[in-house]
Ligand binder design. Sequence first.
Ligand code: PLP
Length: 357
Amino acid sequence: MIEDLIKPNIKALKAYTIDAPPCSIRLDANESPYGFPLGALKIAINRYPDPEAAALRKVLAGKWGVEPECVLHGNGSDELIYYLLTAVGGPVLIPAPTFSMYRIIADSLGENTIMVALDGQFDLDMEAMLAAIGRHNPKLIFLSRPNNPTGNSFTCEKVLEVIENAGGLVIVDEAYQPFSPRGDSFIDLLPRYRNLLVMRTLSKIGLAALRLGFIVGDKAIIGAINKVRLPYNVNSLSQAAALGILKDEKSIDACIVNIKDERDRLFMELSKLKAIKPYSSDANFILFKLQNNASVTADALYKKLIADDILIKKLAGGGASGAPGPLDNCFRVTVGTPKENAAFIMSMKKITGGSLK
Ligand SMILES: *Cc1c(COP(=O)(O)O)cnc(C)c1O
């Protein structure tokens, strides 16, 4: 059989599909509701892109206060996760619940993933993390901070303890760092720890279509991972568009401030609904759980929102070892425009039976 040519670990995978019914209000994918004008891009369409993305890396390195040699560019951070797993391999240690791509990519490369449950506050369970490090000596540890889909930032001291105790690389994935009220980035700590890498993306701040992600870290490590990068992984249109848009720092920052304000307002509004419990967030989304005594099921809530033309992300499981898990009956809603958020709140009130107070 021709299908038998496929590796067993690939055969066992489920294709990653994104279930997105066509709604006008899309609050499911942690995108920014605000785009930027592209302007006229001057591109030699017959030529390959700059393989080093030199101009773009220079601009970002400047922003982050590092040398351009410390920055590696990817076709989204997803591609960089792939490169890390290709160049370094497993075992991989991740908390649960967290961003699903770490596990999905490890699985596709046949690498072993060890999952350690977060504690009741969705913070790192240090006893369990240190035990797993001691037992499995993971080569890669991915920590999303703020964490997707829980929205909280792991305690800084705990992350430092992981970095100090890890024999492998620790990747602090700062996809949502621009929305963090504390504004504390682990990039500042890079000089202190050679085994620390920080991952960034432009996807969540309004440039998701461009597919641009970056790893920042030690030159030698970045150079080694760079060896598995495909030569022209970031296309010319994305490089040119990002360079143009990044010049207008004011507009980007204004959108981020707006999203943070809206997030805090959305959290307050969600806190008033008796059927749900929202979790406070440092990101551009909010996790909330449907209460056991709610008059509506999670399935019904999801479908009724879609009937109101609003799409959010329905979650389930999220434990370190199968179902049931802490994300059962949970949803993740992305912060939209004030108008979109108001429509979402109105719909939620109607569907769940209204306010507490
Ligand atoms: C969305 C997200 C990313 C972004 O991936 P891109 O491939 O850059 O779009 C990375 N990490 C986390 C935790 C995310 O939620």
